[in-house]
Design a protein. Structure first.
Length: 94
């Protein structure tokens, strides 16, 4: 499902992500590293669902004739998700 940019749910998610990022910046290094590890673990556990949902979004976007550059930005393959997860695991907070 492709969610319109103006969707209230998407706007709320963006606001919540920003608030969480600001809060993360106030944590001690140990707590921040623990939070980042929890994010990586959550992404790892949800990876099959994330990939499946992204594929559904990509299929719908292609059916609607999305431009190739936008499609390429939307597409999240397993390797891209895995790289993101690895980055979280290997990038301790300074």
């Amino acid at each position: 499902m492709v969610v319109p940019i103006s969707s209230p749910a998407l706007s709320d998610l963006a606001k919540n992500a920003r608030q969480a990022a600001l809060h993360l910046g106030t944590l001690s290094t140990a707590d921040r590293n623990q939070a980042i590890a929890a994010m990586a673990e959550g992404l790892t556990a949800a990876a099959p669902d994330i990939i499946a949902a992204n594929q559904a979004d990509c299929d719908q976007a292609q059916a609607e004739g999305i431009a190739t550059p936008l499609y390429n930005r939307l597409k999240l393959g397993e390797s891209k998700l895995h790289a993101t997860i690895c980055l979280l695991y290997t990038s301790p907070s300074p």
